[in-house]
Each structure stands twice: as C-alpha cells, then as structure tokens.
Design a protein around this ligand. Structure first.
Ligand SMILES: Cc1cc2nc3c(=O)[nH]c(=O)nc-3n(C[C@H](O)[C@H](O)[C@H](O)COP(=O)(O)OP(=O)(O)OC[C@H]3O[C@@H](n4cnc5c(N)ncnc54)[C@H](O)[C@@H]3O)c2cc1C
Length: 373
C-alpha cells in the first residue's frame, strides 16, 4: 500500500491535539503522538527506501511539521529535531543507525548548543580526545530536545585531539559518561524535554565520526541548516494558522450583549484579523519559495532558507501577540487556544541560528562577505 504522509500527519495531529493541553500544563513528553508517528512510518520519512524508510524529501517533512504544529508545538519540535538528526545520520551516519531510524525504532536529535559557546553552534568548545581505540567526548550541552527520550544524539565537538574546526559524532543516548540534568520547566514548548546533557569522557567508537574529522561545520551548514530552518519555519507557520482559526472563532462567537453585536462586528478587530492572515500568507509564500529553491538547487537557496526562518519566527511572534490582543482578557485562559501558541511561538526567534544571527548572515551574503569571520 502506498504511503501518504498527509494521512499519517493527520493521525499524529489528532493525538497531539487531544494531549496538547496536558503536555503543556504538565511539561510531559508527547509520547503518544510520537508512538503514532512511529507506527505510521513518519519517523522514517526522510530515510531511504532501501534501508526501510519512506524516502520522501524535505517538503514532506515540512508539511508534516506544519500540520502537527497547529495542534501541539512540543510534538512539532520533537519531530523537527528528529528530522534534523535523521538527515545528518542518513547522509553521514553508520548503516545500523540509518536502518534503526528508517524503521522508526530510533528517535534522533541534535546536541549542538553548549554552555560555553551558547547559540554559536558553529564553534563548539567541547572536546573529542583519542582514548584507547575510541574517542572520549567531554562537553556541557545546554539544550538537547528529547534529551531523555532520544536514542541517538548528533553531537558536535572541536576537532579530534584539539584539531581545527568542528567534528560531528553519532552518539548513543545511553553511552557511558553522558548525564542529563533536571527537567524542562520552560515558557513554551513545555513538553519538548529539552535538557542540558553533560559528557565527561563519554566513550564512542572512532567510526562514530560523521564525515571526516574537522568537516562538522560543512555538514551543519550543508545538511542540517536547511532542514532545521525550514522545519522551524513550518512550526511557526503552523502556530500562525492555528492563531488565525482560534482568533476568528473567538471574535465571531463572543458578544457584547448590551450592543447586540459580536467582537467581529468591530472594524478594528476585523482589521487585526486581516493583518494576521496577511502576515501568515506572506511568510508562507516565502517559505514555499525557499522549499522550491532547495529542491531545484537554485543559487538563492541558502538566502531563501535563512530568510524564511527569520521571517516566520518573527511573524509568528507578532501574529500570536496580535491574537492575544484581539481575544482580550479571555486570551489569558487556556481554552481560547491562543496563549499556549503565544508562548510556543517565541522559541523560534532564539533557536540557533537566532533571528539576530540570521540578519547578520543574510546581510553578509548580500554584501558578498563570508558567513563567519
Ligand atoms: C525550546 C528550545 C529547544 C532547544 N533545542 C535544542 C536542541 O535540540 N539542540 C541544540 O543544539 N540546541 C537547542 N536549543 C538551543 C538553541 O538552538 C540556542 O542555542 C539557544 O536558544 C540560545 O540561547 P542562549 O541563551 O544560549 O543564547 P545566547 O547565545 O546567549 O544569545 C543571547 C542573545 O544574543 C544574541 N546574539 C548572540 N550572538 C549573536 C550574533 N553573533 N549576532 C547577533 N546577535 C547575537 C542572540 O540572538 C540572543 O538574542 C533549544 C532552545 C530552546 C529554547
């Protein structure tokens, strides 16, 4: 039977919708929705068919994450980081791990951000030292989504033995010497299980090196950045779509009884609703063009990818802020369906590359400069 990722995404979205309030309120990992993703084959969406995956591309992953984000930001975030890790492993991991992901047996994530270099993921300060026949990793990773639920981390370090550049490693989450810290009690994406992970001489095999030693930045920029940026944008678009629906529903169903009119009868309210629809559509159009640019290998693909993460992250933050205003004091209550997305949407602007870093990168490209000094 042929695989329809839209049908599968609808199944995940249905479970995510049922559990979203609880996931957010209790900071619970969205395990049930992830199980549906696993059963329907969505965890192996980007893996090659040869290895048992679905063999679909980034556009399909974008569609899945956007649909799920309308219902539950935490579930969308976990899928986003899985697809980022899965893409890197598909391109540069070992065969056993590729197959485990393709079959939906393993959940992947990225362990890039560090306490030392913070959002500057391109400059890890953690080390990788030869040890016996293997490699000992030492680092304090500051945020790892799905930290206690993932099976495999795509891990960045300095070059082997203090060498130049950055190197990526495929690290089993259960490796000796790895420790997660605390629980996640955040403003938004509260179910995403994003925790610090400390490695103290965590031992991995030498063949866990992804690509060549020192090639990590090239993989980050060439493989991971487009996937992360476009999926982050997918999440932001999903939040905006949900905001438009919730805001229209509230405005048309809420009445000023003494005037005999609804909120939607106020021109100001209608104008705000129009503006959030326009912002959603404008940024969606840019995002769709970025996906098309990547698929066609267009010259402006990198620029479009960076633009769409910046534009959608900022737009979602503004759109959800407007939705809070339109829905008034009522929006402070969970049942209106806006405040959770208002909190969730804010994360996109600070996830690396942050919006301000993106503005710098985009400006550098436009001025013909290198991305990094
Ligand atoms: C919910 C959530 C989940 C996450 N999941 C993961 C994950 O799975 N894996 C992972 O590796 N990371 C993850 N991160 C981390 C994320 O990618 C960023 O690294 C992190 O949010 C940066 O926060 P910080 O306080 O370290 O930022 P800082 O680096 O301290 O930045 C603070 C401010 O300075 C600005 N700034 C910094 N450098 C520049 C610059 N060069 N130009 C202009 N402005 C600059 C930033 O834009 C920001 O506004 C997650 C973050 C969040 C919030």
């Amino acid at each position: 039977m042929s695989f329809d990722h839209i049908v599968a995404a609808e199944k995940v979205a249905a479970v995510a919708a049922t559990n979203a309030e609880r996931v957010d309120r209790d900071s619970t990992f969205p395990q049930e929705a992830l199980e549906v993703a696993r059963e329907t084959g969505l965890l192996g969406l980007l893996s090659s068919q040869r290895r048992g995956g679905r063999g679909l591309g980034l556009r399909a992953a974008c569609e899945v994450v956007e649909r799920v984000a309308r219902e539950c930001g935490s579930t969308a975030m976990v899928l986003t980081m899985h697809y980022c890790g899965a893409s890197a492993i598909e391109a540069h991991g070992n065969d056993a791990e590729r197959q485990a992901i393709a079959r939906g047996e393993h959940l992947a994530t990225l362990a890039f951000s560090e306490a030392g270099s913070r959002s500057h993921f391109w400059a890890p300060v953690g080390s990788a030292e030869p040890s016996g026949g293997g490699v000992a990793l030492t680092a304090t990773k500051s945020w790892v989504t799905s930290a206690t639920h993932a099976d495999v981390y795509v891990w960045s370090s300095r070059g082997l033995g203090g060498g130049d550049g950055c190197t990526l490693w495929q690290v089993p989450a259960g490796a000796d010497g790895l420790r997660t810290h605390g629980g996640f009690d955040g403003l938004g994406l509260r179910g995403n299980d994003s925790l610090p992970v400390k490695a103290t001489g965590a031992l991995v095999d030498l063949d866990s090196c992804m690509g060549k030693d020192g090639e990590g930045l090239a993989i980050m920029l060439g493989v991971v950045l487009p996937v992360f940026s476009l999926l982050s944008a997918a999440g932001s678009i999903g939040f905006m779509e949900a905001a438009v629906v919730a805001t229209c529903r509230h405005a048309t169903s809420t009445r000023h009884q003494h005037l005999g009119s609804s909120l939607a009868d106020l021109p100001t309210i209608r104008a705000y609703i129009a503006r959030i629809r326009i912002d959603t559509d404008k940024t969606r159009a840019l995002w769709m063009d970025a996906i098309a640019a990547v698929e066609a290998g267009r010259e402006d693909a990198t620029l479009r990818v960076l633009e769409s993460k910046a534009a959608t992250g900022e737009a979602a933050t503004a759109v959800l802020d407007t939705a809070m205003r339109v829905c008034g004091g009522a929006a402070f209550r969970r049942e209106v369906g806006v405040e959770r997305r208002f909190r969730d949407a804010r994360a996109a602007t600070v996830m690396a590359p942050t919006t301000d870093q993106l503005y710098d990168f985009i400006g550098r490209i436009l001025c013909g400069m290198d991305l990094f000094d």
